[in-house]
Write a protein that binds this ligand. Structure first.
Ligand SMILES: Nc1ncnc2c1ncn2[C@@H]1O[C@H](COP(=O)(O)OP(=O)(O)OP(=O)(O)O)[C@@H](O)[C@H]1O
Length: 738
């Protein structure tokens, strides 16, 4: 008789603390148990004394090794949940202190071993002075949560079983001990209250998003299992395979909010935003797997795309980790400019060499000089062409007469007419020189793909008229019929794509359920692409959601990084404003540090000394990242580390030694993360860069530069050091005041 056995996430954390070989033994046990729980070697039996109130018969034990036993909850029928692994001698001691219940707010299963939690609380001492608690520890005698009534805490979703212990907590150290084995929601609520967030906000940002809409039956464990608040592995055998060898927790255990976003069916394009490290990429990857599992067999019905090539490679690697080659075979993973190239190549558009923005201005300068045209500067025309004409996909003179040009001053009709003629002349000139820009290519590809979309619709309409089934949908192996390329498009780093990219992607999938899924954070926009999705045919209204819990960064680093953005207003990709409220973390660590130096050379010495100190403290070089504002400064950092005998490689040029410090421009650090991060060169003039341009352009540049600092700072998991020389960047003011 085979059964289903899942693994509770907290049990997994507990297993991680057991001797190394226990992981393999537990997976072995799970495998055998699934096939036949009654196999004699497993010694599967009920623990009659255990259980929560009135449910004493649910707890079972099974033999993992001679010394260790798994504790299992019977959820109903053939369904079991592995909740703990204990030493044999501890199974029966304190069995009455083991509790399992269904949380009345989330409807999720909560397993709590009070003796384990209590001993962790007692073991933990207050953090050292160096660690610097976010809030000074309260005097020993004063309970941290005295200000909150029991009913208040229970309404926030705190586990009732833990209330007596919570009442005794007086230091941050004890709190850290408690949350290690407390249920997810209890931990999140307590940390937020401890950080000083008002109850109403905790309710709004933490509890409500995890609350269930169901009427919770406290005895129905089978129903509770299916709710996202029960954080368990899937029943899938493949998960067990993945678990065997160094699996990562993100592959198996999703936060309840993440899981909801992965599984929710939608009627059209959906967008997930969220602060740095909240798992947007993880959600995108799981979403791809979810969609792939539901798509008809054959072909590659899903496109997974992002802005840069190195991030696309990373997505592809992680998708393989999540679902193996089998999943990768069903998904096209490519950065968006590669998607552009595919469309252009297929349509026979070849040959032109893409040039950078700087060269575009030079080409304008050369042409205006040849024409003796002096009414507008090359910079102005380059911007007008890039931002207004290509940026808003204006493709006719008539459309250019109508287009809105916010922040770019007035242009009368005759001026627009003259500029349009100059633009036509300019694009012909580039063509003749065999040159193009990435934006031009994207725009061309978008137009081609939109033409294809129109053909598909026309053909579908004809078939419809003739009585055939209308078929707008992607179909693998469609026998030569014109079809949309994909059934679903999933986009990571959505904030960086330009309007032409969106029009291209929109035209690649038929509008309909689950057609597009976008994840991104406009606070991390570091390229010049400001858009409004609605006007590009990607209608996300009513299908937006936000992740707020950071899995990467400590709350000390997150708090400081958010402080860096104060005073800026960010958009929500759809004409509205994006808020930063509610971003949080339950991880704790040292406050970020600032390092001030007189010259760049001295700063380099300081960076080398910092890295040496980490290394001498036993940290692997590969856990350290260094960013610098410019490519030349990256070269300087690499040189200084090399001279000091510290192995370092440039990000994007990996392939050398594995145990090496990674060094890259701030742009290159996008999407990456490091245990320890050194953000160097944050000096005035370097960040923000001093550039010339219209007021609007300079404002955007400043916002992008600020975002760049935000991105670099939030790559740090545990430690963040920001350094500068000469005059510090004005962006650092909040940190310096702090
Ligand atoms: N459910 C999870 N369980 C364990 N780890 C997780 C989970 N979700 C995310 N993480 C981890 O948190 C880190 C950040 O995740 P991810 O890169 O998806 O965040 P992001 O929101 O895309 O970040 P950013 O916008 O800063 O690039 C990663 O190390 C990831 O493995």
């Amino acid at each position: 008789m085979s059964v289903t056995l899942r693994l509770l996430d907290r049990a997994d954390s507990e297993i991680a603390k057991l001797p190394r070989n226990m992981r393999g033994a537990v997976w072995d046990f799970m495998h055998k148990f699934r096939i036949d729980p009654s196999a004699p070697g497993l010694r599967f039996k009920a623990l009659k004394d255990g259980g929560g109130k009135g449910t004493g018969e649910r707890l079972y034990s099974g033999r993992v090794t001679d010394d260790y036993r798994a504790l299992l909850l019977h959820l109903g029928d053939e369904e079991y949940l592995l909740v703990s692994v204990k030493h044999r001698r501890d199974v029966y001691t304190n069995l009455d202190r083991v509790s399992y219940t269904i949380n009345r707010v989330t409807g999720g299963i909560e397993y709590i071993d009070l003796s384990t939690v209590e001993s962790r609380v007692n073991d933990t001492t207050a953090p050292s002075a160096e660690q610097g608690p976010a809030v000074a520890p309260a005097p020993r005698s004063y309970p941290l949560f005295a200000a909150y009534g029991d009913a208040q805490l229970l309404d926030l979703g705190v586990s009732p079983v833990l209330l007596p212990l919570i009442r005794r907590i007086t230091t941050e150290g004890e709190l850290e001990g408690l949350i290690e084995f407390a249920p997810q929601l209890t931990s999140e609520v307590l940390i937020e209250l401890f950080s000083g967030r008002p109850v109403e906000e905790v309710l709004e940002y933490v509890t409500r998003p995890q609350a269930t809409a169901d009427d919770v039956d406290p005895e129905d464990y089978r129903a509770a299992l299916d709710r996202p608040a029960t954080i368990v592995s899937s029943e899938d055998e493949a998960v067990q395979g993945a678990l065997g060898e160094g699996f990562a927790r993100w592959q198996v255990f999703l936060h309840p909010e993440q899981r909801k976003l992965v599984e929710r069916a939608r009627n059209g394009p959906a967008r997930v935003s969220g602060g740095p490290g909240t798992g947007k990429t993880i959600v995108a990857l799981h979403r791809v797997r979810h969609l792939a599992a539901r798509a008809p067999a054959g072909g590659k019905p899903i496109l997974l795309t992002t802005y840069t090539k190195n991030l696309a490679k990373d997505l592809s690697d992680r998708l393989r980790e999540l679902g193996g080659q089998e999943l990768l075979d069903r998904v096209e993973v490519a950065h968006v400019d590669a998607v552009v190239s595919t469309v252009l190549n297929e349509n026979g558009v070849r040959g032109a060499r893409p040039i950078a923005d700087r060269q575009v201005v030079e080409q304008w300068r050369a042409m205006l000089a040849e024409l003796g045209e002096e009414r507008w500067t090359p910079e102005f025309l380059a911007e007008e062409w890039t931002e207004v004409i290509l940026g808003q996909a204006v493709n006719s003179r008539a459309a250019y007469f109508r287009v809105r040009r916010p922040g770019r001053g007035q242009l009368r009709r005759p001026d627009r007419d003259a500029i349009w003629q100059l633009v036509e002349r300019f694009t012909k000139r580039l063509d003749d020189l065999g040159l193009t820009t990435f934006l031009q290519r994207a725009e061309r590809a978008a137009r081609l793909e939109m033409g294809r979309d129109i053909d598909i619709r026309a053909k579908a309409a004809q078939r419809d008229e003739r009585g055939g089934a209308p078929n707008l949908h992607f179909e693998a192996g469609s026998g030569g019929l014109l079809r949309h390329r994909y059934r679903h498009v999933v986009v990571d780093e959505a904030q960086d794509l330009n309007p032409a990219h969106w029009m291209l992607l929109r035209a690649m999938v038929p509008p309909g359920p689950d057609d597009m899924f976008l994840v991104g954070d406009t606070h991390q926009r570091i390229y010049e692409n400001q858009i409004s999705l609605g006007s590009l045919g990607v209608n996300i209204r009513g299908r937006s959601a936000r992740l707020t819990l950071s899995y990467r960064t400590t709350r000390q680093i997150l708090g400081s990084a958010i402080g860096l953005l104060k005073g800026e207003v960010y958009d929500d990709l759809d004409g509205g404003a994006e808020a930063l409220d509610g971003y949080r973390s339950i991880l704790s660590g040292a406050r970020p540090r600032l390092g001030a130096f007189r010259t760049w050379d001295e700063e380099l010495d300081g960076v080398v000394a910092q890295i040496r100190a980490w290394s001498e403290a036993g940290e692997a070089l590969s856990s350290i990242g260094v960013s610098a504002p410019t490519k030349d400064m990256v070269t300087d950092v690499l040189g200084a580390l090399g001279r000091a005998g510290v192995t370092a490689v440039e990000i994007g040029r990996e392939g050398g030694p594995r145990d090496a410090v990674r060094v890259g421009t701030m742009h290159r650090c996008k999407g990456l993360e490091f245990q320890h991060m050194c953000v160097t060169g944050i000096a005035d003039g370097l960040l923000p860069r001093h550039v010339q341009g219209s007021a609007k352009q300079m404002e955007r540049q400043r916002q992008r530069d600020r975002s760049l600092l935000f991105v670099a700072a939030t790559r740090a998991r545990d430690t963040l050091v920001i350094t500068h020389h000469a005059t510090p960047s004005p962006f650092l003011l909040p940190l310096r005041v702090d």
